[in-house]
Ligand binder design. Structure first.
Ligand code: FES
Length: 98
């Protein structure tokens, strides 16, 4: 388990480590958007990681392609469907909500 804090709601949840950020957000009822269903095709699940970046899985090449290189520059932009949660606490800001 790990701690996931979500902005702008400011709510904190205990979620399973080893799952994608998208699945964790959907499981707790946060209004994350996932138009392609988690296949890294739409960018709608784009989040900004405000803390705990190192706890997430490595950035996937498809994320850099979809986010127009923002991942490599800021290292804080991720596709929630591609980022897998580790054991350390993570805080993310939803950029597009349902
Ligand atoms: S849900 Fe479409 S890119 Fe993540």
């Amino acid at each position: 388990m790990t701690t996931l804090t979500v902005l702008p709601s400011g709510k904190t949840y205990e979620v399973a480590a080893g799952t994608t950020l998208l699945k964790a957000l959907l499981a707790v009822g946060e209004p994350v958007v996932s138009k392609c269903g988690g296949d890294a095709k739409c960018e709608s699940c784009h989040v900004f990681v405000t803390s705990g970046r190192k706890s997430l899985s490595r950035i996937q090449p498809v994320e850099n392609q979809k986010l127009d290189g923002m991942v490599g520059v800021a290292s804080a932009s991720r596709l929630a469907c591609q980022a897998v949660l580790g054991e350390e606490p993570v805080t993310v800001e939803l950029l597009l909500t349902a």
